[in-house]
Design a protein. Structure first.
Length: 588
């Protein structure tokens, strides 16, 4: 971990935040800082501030803040390690050895293979692209034109065509590729006739990863012979393509996010649905290539937007779109809404029949996930049936299902839906609260509006030390009731033990999972010269509060021990001394 800590410091030193962000956004100097329009939410007036001195950014519109690594993470929709790789490459710094790459030879061989697979897929895509636009591609062009797709849309998705079994293998061999590698990356297959195109005779739809690399292909049959072997077919799973972890058109959604913040994403089932939606103006559509959503897919989605609409075919929304998959999205912190497409139409058919405006209406009518679950419950257990016997039989089952649904919600939504379920069933709100409390309530770590004076003091002391105020220091770790404070003080004390100066931008590295309000408590403190004396006095008061809190805890522990051993003079003497010390500190 020490190697990584040094490495992170190194890439930050060699990647000035103004230079890096300036390569993505148009920055305008305003005094000592720089301003731009925020790339993370739509705005006309610039409120995105980049501070070269502190090496951090903050948007005063949406509250988003971070260091250079977090900016690349957010903008490129990539992981922390991937952001570090981008910045390391930019600065010409080698990546450090990690637990997964200690066998350097094995790692290099594995990486070389993946790079070879990416190259093969890229050249295969170019081949398919060129064939689509040649005389041989007439049947594919006719099909796409018949479905109403224009050339701009076709080009955007890199649509291609495979003319036969042997043209692609011949082309790849001419480029010097190892044929076995072409099989291993999915584009070729081997049989009695030798190496053949895995998707021969099909319209080709390239599948890209988040970074815009071709990782696989989907093929759509265009004649009865091909369709008999499957209307749609994907190339095989490989080291660079795992179907359940991939999302079709995720690269286009990422591109759209970089142009203007995505208010929502729409998840559909098929490639053609996505392509039709894109042409109709819906640039944030992706396909799950199956309706059982996974944690990795939720991770990709959460990097692009906070809200996800699920829009599966009209005849399968309640059957294939499993609640388990939707719960995975919910647990990832996404706001999940479920759309219903009428007349058993898929999104492509609905848009062609009724137009884009009507599809917007379906988005507006989408149900929040809890409401969708309650609707499924009502279908399964008809509590509004006109038959009293059926209604009485269904009600307990509906209530049991509703309690399960309520348990999956956070406190805010739970309170709202308890009222809704109570009104629907006739059971009291207290009944549902009692049932929920039987299993205990889980709470999220947030900063409460009524934060204690001691916790406010810990934030302020940490902020003073982190900003390098000359009067500020920290000698030991205070009582920390949040992971954020605990990790932050561990970092400050680690710097003290090493004799290094803490820096504000490291806040986002040592506390990567904090919420913006926690970051704001540290970076938004006014440390101007005009506030120096006030801040210094307040710092001393905060240190006293923190010290007294620790002493009080020790006093409580002593009192419990004395209760069990009332004649212990040593404990009594310590309690007396401790109480005096608390008083002295308070009134010093």
């Amino acid at each position: 971990m020490a190697d990584w800590s040094d490495f992170i410091q190194q890439i930050k030193r060699n990647n000035d935040i103004v230079d890096v962000i300036g390569s993505y956004l148009e920055l305008r100097r305003t005094g000592a800082n720089f301003m731009a329009r925020c790339p993370f939410h739509g705005e006309k007036t610039p409120s995105f501030n980049v501070n070269r001195n502190l090496q951090i950014y903050k948007c005063f519109g949406c509250g988003e803040s971070g260091d250079v690594i977090k900016f690349v993470e957010k903008y490129e929709s990539c992981s922390f390690v991937e952001a570090c790789e981008i910045l390391a490459k930019r600065a010409g710094i080698p990546m450090p050895e990690t637990s997964t790459t200690r066998d350097e030879k094995e790692y290099k061989e594995r990486k070389a293979k993946k790079d070879a697979y990416f190259a093969i897929c890229k050249d295969a895509a170019k081949f398919y692209w060129s064939i689509y636009r040649s005389e041989k591609g007439a049947v594919a062009r006719s099909y796409m034109q018949g479905r109403g797709f224009d050339d701009v849309t076709v080009n955007k998705f890199g649509i291609g065509y495979s003319p036969d079994n042997f043209s692609l293998p011949s082309y790849l061999r001419s480029l010097g590729y190892n044929m076995q590698d072409c099989v291993k990356c999915g584009v070729l297959q081997i049989g009695q006739r030798g190496f053949t195109d895995a998707l021969s005779g099909r319209l080709i739809v390239p599948i890209f990863n988040m970074q815009g690399q071709v990782i696989a292909f989907g093929g759509r049959g265009l004649d009865e012979y091909t369709i008999a072997r499957g209307k749609y077919k994907n190339t095989a799973e490989t080291p660079i393509f795992v179907k359940k972890d991939s999302l079709f058109a995720i690269n286009i959604a990422k591109e759209q996010k970089q142009q203007t913040a995505l208010p929502y994403l729409v998840v559909v089932e098929g490639y053609m649905d996505v392509i039709a939606m894109y042409q109709a103006g819906f640039k944030g559509a992706v396909a799950s290539m199956g309706t059982s959503l996974t944690e990795q897919q939720a991770k990709w989605l959460s990097r692009l937007s906070d809200t996800v609409y699920i829009c599966y075919d009209g005849d399968s929304a309640g059957q294939k779109a499993t609640v388990r998959g939707l719960d995975i999205l919910d647990r990832a912190g996404l706001e999940v809404r479920v759309m219903t497409v009428p007349e058993k139409l898929d999104p492509d058919e609905y848009i062609k029949k009724y137009g884009a405006e009507a599809f917007v209406g379906l988005i507006d009518d989408a149900l929040p996930l809890p409401d969708y679950k309650l609707r499924l419950l009502e279908r399964a257990f008809p509590i509004n049936s006109s038959d009293p016997a059926q209604r009485n039989n269904a009600l307990p089952k509906y209530v049991k299902g509703a309690i399960t649904m309520l348990k999956s919600l956070d406190d805010v939504r739970q309170a709202r839906y308890i009222t809704a379920v109570s009104l629907t069933t006739g059971y009291s709100e207290d009944y549902f609260r009692r049932k929920l409390n039987e299993d205990g309530a889980e709470t999220q770590e947030i900063i409460a509006d009524n934060m204690s004076s001691e916790d406010k003091a810990k934030y302020f002391v940490a902020a003073c030390v982190l900003h390098g105020e000359d009067y500020a220091s920290v000698e030991d770790k205070p009582l920390c009731n949040t992971a954020f404070l605990s990790d932050l003080y561990d970092y400050l004390l680690d710097c003290k033990s090493k004799g290094t100066k803490p820096s504000v931008d490291m806040l986002y590295t040592v506390c990567p999972n904090a919420i913006e309000q926690q970051y704001a408590e540290i970076i938004d403190v006014d440390f101007s010269k005009a506030k120096y004396d006030v801040n210094k006095r307040y710092f001393e008061e905060c240190k006293r509060l923190i010290t007294v809190e620790k002493l009080k805890l020790r006093r409580e522990e002593l009192m419990k021990k004395i209760k069990n051993d009332p004649g212990n003079g040593k404990l009594l003497d310590e309690l007396t001394a401790l109480s005096k010390k608390i008083t002295d500190i308070r009134y010093d």
